[in-house]
Design a binder for this molecule. Structure first.
Ligand SMILES: [Zn+2]
Length: 99
């Protein structure tokens, strides 16, 4: 059960079909977001930030934007998501918030 171990040791993982749709982004097929114990220990507003981030992976996989999703303080970072959506920053990303 390595997959289960990965999910439990990581924050969250989005999985979907790797083939992009006609516009280069999400192809409309079903997808799943898995979250483990580390995710579960965050506040609900922080969990919402994480889910929104994972949905960016689904939406932009296979597009030029896809390679920037996990860039520190990029548009889909916890800092920008929390600022734009009124959610919270997960504790592991607190260091990225400008002081
Ligand atoms: Zn990510």
């Amino acid at each position: 059960m390595q997959a289960q171990a990965d999910i439990n040791s990581n924050r969250a993982i989005a999985m979907n079909d790797s083939r992009p749709g006609p516009g280069g982004g999400w192809n409309g097929s079903s997808f799943a977001v898995f979250a483990g114990a580390v995710f579960n220990h965050q506040s609900q507003p922080a969990q919402l930030t994480i889910v929104i981030h994972e949905l960016a992976h689904v939406a932009w996989k296979g597009t030029p934007m896809g390679q920037f999703i996990d860039i520190n303080n990029g548009l889909s970072s916890a800092f920008w998501i929390s600022r734009d959506c009124g959610t919270a920053v997960p504790e592991w990303d607190n260091w990225k918030v400008p002081q």
